[in-house]
Ligand binder design. Structure first.
Ligand SMILES: *Cc1c(COP(=O)(O)O)cnc(C)c1O
Length: 488
């Protein structure tokens, strides 16, 4: 039976609480809140008992899919298990009950934690300074491109374009465009890495920089990276690393050593903070000396044995997030780094790569592998063979739900037809990988024997196949207050 909305469970007068009688006159809030903020009609709230609320949300939670329920091979997103010790430390009163407006003297411990985390991320990235403020990888990108812009401004000319490979994540060209640059697409070669000849043709003194993901979104390491960095630096551009795939290389190779000037680090990917329906993200940026002075304020500094916030930075790009970023995420990432230590972090990356290659070895005979280079922590298959049997990647992804897994990333990167992008992460056992591979092979078999089963999937989820485009095409039905869509 489908779960009702909580408003449909509502009964007039039913309550889940008892409160003591008010000891102030009703309506006295009017004295302290400006009239324009006082509501004139009562707020519409569901009226339900406590156990109705609890049961409603518990039922919903069992329909949801999450990393604590099962395998989540969502490529590029690094959906690793989030250790529960992270929750314990972030819930400690000294971390959870502090307020961003408290005076610095009252929260020196929190400042010290942020300072130490910055130093650790600096070391991991091979950079010389960090801002913990960005709330996501995408906001880290925007921050990074703003830093690059400020750098060129300080040299007298902002330049006009940023180079972005055609395999890049969509947020890369978006960050470039929002920063006032033109995104220029650079081709990938048949091995799936940057085409150096195409890159050469686009290099001139209008290039402000290049954004690159390494390993790239095919999971392939850009082995020419030092050469690429040098080519871009030779025309005066800077190198931005999209660090979404850092989980493949922590403790093995550092962005700074590859020639990058700035990198964002998705704490909710590589450093095990909740991801997807699980809370806010965090995308710190690490930079080298060229960009250090332009970092957002405040910057955390160590003065003697004290940790202080410094707002006085004349060249800063300014603020990019309220207060200091998502502090609870910083505590979780700090816990993760400390509990693994350098060797543990390196082992995680090695095991992430081994797991991906193991899984690929089980699947590569039944799916097309368009780029043959040995991948790192993830790989991208194509369902071209299955498409010839009338079954699309979307159908396969939906069928995977029936086998009890989250679907992989699909139709990305754009340079792969019918793409299925799979990233197992290091936290999965061999048994989990074997069972998942077996399920995909069974689905492949189904595309031959009973393609309709795959085309009509999912059949075991609370709700079957949704019409993905309906909401976009029928804005006025979904949001009647917006009026007819021809006004849009
Ligand atoms: C996840 C991801 C991003 C964006 O990061 P968010 O934290 O989701 O904003 C950028 N690039 C790549 C390759 C990614 O996988």
């Amino acid at each position: 039976m489908p779960e009702k909305l909580i408003f449909e469970l509502s009964h007039k007068g039913r309550k889940g609480y008892t409160l003591p009688k008010m000891d102030v006159a009703s309506g006295s809030a009017k004295h302290s809140i400006p009239d324009k903020y006082i509501r004139s009609t009562p707020v519409e709230l569901p009226e339900v008992s406590e156990n109705e609320v609890v049961r409603h949300f518990v039922r919903l939670s069992t329909m949801n899919y999450h990393i604590d329920k099962g395998f989540y091979p969502l490529g590029s997103c690094t959906m690793k298990y989030n250790p529960k010790v992270n929750e314990i430390t972030s819930a400690m009163s000294g971390n959870a009950d502090i307020h961003p407006l408290e005076p610095q003297e009252a929260v020196r411990g929190a400042l010290e934690l942020m300072f130490n985390l910055s130093e650790m991320l600096q070391e991991i990235a091979g950079m010389s300074a960090v801002s913990l403020q960005p709330a996501a990888g995408a906001q880290g990108e925007l921050t990074g491109i703003m830093l690059i812009r400020k750098y060129h401004e300080s040299k007298g000319k902002v330049r006009s374009k940023i180079l972005v490979p055609d395999s890049a994540h969509g947020t890369n060209p978006a960050s470039v465009a929002i920063s006032g640059y033109k995104a220029v697409s650079i081709k990938s070669n048949p091995s799936g890495t940057v085409d150096l000849d195409d890159l050469k043709q686009h290099l001139d003194d209008e290039v402000a920089g290049m954004m690159l993901t390494n390993p790239n979104t095919l999971g392939i390491f850009e082995t020419d990276i030092v050469k690429i960095s040098k080519m871009v630096h030779d025309v005066g551009g800077l190198m931005y690393m999209d660090g979404a795939n850092l989980n493949a290389i922590v403790g093995l190779v550092r962005p700074g050593d590859m020639g990058f000037d700035v990198v964002h680090i998705n704490l909710h990917k590589t450093f095990s903070t909740p991801h997807g329906g699980g809370g806010p993200g965090s995308g710190p940026v690490a930079v080298n000396d060229k960009l250090k002075d332009f970092l957002p304020v405040p910057v955390i500094e160590k003065q003697g044995d004290k940790f202080v916030l410094s707002f006085n930075k004349t060249n800063s790009i300014g603020k990019i997030h309220s207060f200091f970023g998502n502090f609870g995420m910083l505590v979780r990432a700090y816990t993760y780094i400390l509990s693994h230590g350098p060797d543990g972090l390196r082992n995680n990356s090695i095991n992430a790569v081994i797991n991906a290659n193991y899984l690929l070895s089980k699947l590569r005979n039944n799916f097309v592998l368009p780029y043959k280079a040995r991948p790192m922590h993830e790989f991208v298959l194509s369902a071209d063979m299955q498409k010839d049997r009338g079954v699309k990647t979307l159908d396969i992804a939906k069928r995977i739900l029936d086998y009890g897994y989250h679907a992989p990333t699909i139709y990305f990167p754009l340079i792969v037809h019918e793409a299925l992008m799979i990233e197992p992460t290091e936290t999965e056992t061999k048994e989990t990988l074997d069972a998942f591979a077996e399920s995909l092979l069974k689905i492949d078999e189904e595309t031959k024997l009973s393609p309709d089963t795959v085309r009509s999937a999912p059949s075991t989820t609370p709700i079957g196949r949704l019409d993905d485009a309906y909401a976009a095409r029928n804005v006025n039905v979904c949001f009647p207050e917006r009026g007819p869509s021809d006004k849009e």
